[in-house]
Ligand binder design. Structure first.
Ligand code: ADP
Ligand code: MG
Length: 238
């Protein structure tokens, strides 16, 4: 579960082509980082995978199933938004439970899933608080909890830490990496931050103007950048 293949995927908004054509395979359990400068198409690519944008041409295949025309909810993926997407008037418990209540799951099942997620995320003692009564890191963990309870085949993160301060970003980076080691679920993580990419990724996809410059492990990109763009971006000219 969590194998994602992009086959000649393109995306245009009106006359503007943002993604001229991407082929990519993300393997089950991988932590893949999409990195590149602002405006290069990272969010668009993630939203295409999530189904929040329609592909213009090409195909997206998840676990052998062509999902190109499937609605987001049917794809079995969970998008993790920045923590400010939480409902301020709801308790942590209800924020995490929200997608399960929408899906009309049995209340006892919901309670078990929320309790399990809270344990994984060290939120057990905070379930009755509201988001405003939590630290920034705890709020981000609630946002992740809302994704975990859906047991997705992959987690999609779009710059989840960009509104946190530098020291908290460091902590959350470690927490998300640890979560990946614990769950072993595919994660796709979008960032413009080279340090996040180099420290978190199994595989880095370097994007530039809507195309892939290079795909490789952090070590491969550091030791053997394919071109000046990758070398400059990763910070290791040779
Ligand atoms: P990134 O996440 O890497 O900063 P985006 O994927 O958000 O980049 O945007 C890539 C390009 O697509 C940008 O030039 C942006 O202006 C354009 N774009 C994104 N969404 C839309 C949209 N809904 N309509 C028109 N252009 C868009
Ligand atoms: Mg973006």
């Amino acid at each position: 579960m969590g194998n994602i293949v992009l086959n000649k995927v393109t995306k245009s908004f009106g006359a503007t082509t943002v993604i001229p054509g991407i082929d990519l395979e993300i393997k089950e359990g991988e932590f893949v980082v999409f990195v590149g400068p602002s405006g290069c198409g990272k969010s668009t690519l993630l939203r295409l995978i999530a189904g929040l944008e329609d592909t213009t041409t090409g195909h997206i295949v998840i676990d052998g199933r062509d999902v190109t025309d499937e609605a987001p909810a049917k794809r079995g993926l969970a998008m993790v938004f920045q923590s400010y997407a939480l409902y301020p008037h709801m308790s942590v418990r209800n924020n995490i439970a929200f997608p399960l209540k929408m899906a009309k799951l049995d209340p006892a099942v919901i309670e078990k899933k929320v309790t399990d997620a809270a344990r994984v995320l060290n939120l057990t003692n905070y379930l009755d608080r509201r988001p405003g009564q939590l630290s920034g890191g705890q709020r981000q963990r609630v946002a992740i909890g809302r994704a975990i309870v859906r047991e997705p085949s992959a987690f999609l993160f779009d710059e989840p830490l960009s509104n946190l301060d530098a020291s908290l970003r460091g902590t959350m980076r470690l927490e998300i990496s640890e979560l990946h080691q614990q769950l072993k679920t595919t994660m796709i993580y979008v960032t413009h931050d080279q340090v996040e990419a180099m420290t978190m990724a199994d595989k880095i996809v370097v994007l530039n103007a809507g195309h892939i410059e290079q795909v490789g492990s952090p070590l491969e990109l550091y030791n053997k950048p394919d071109n000046i763009f990758v070398a400059g971006f990763i910070g290791s000219p040779r």
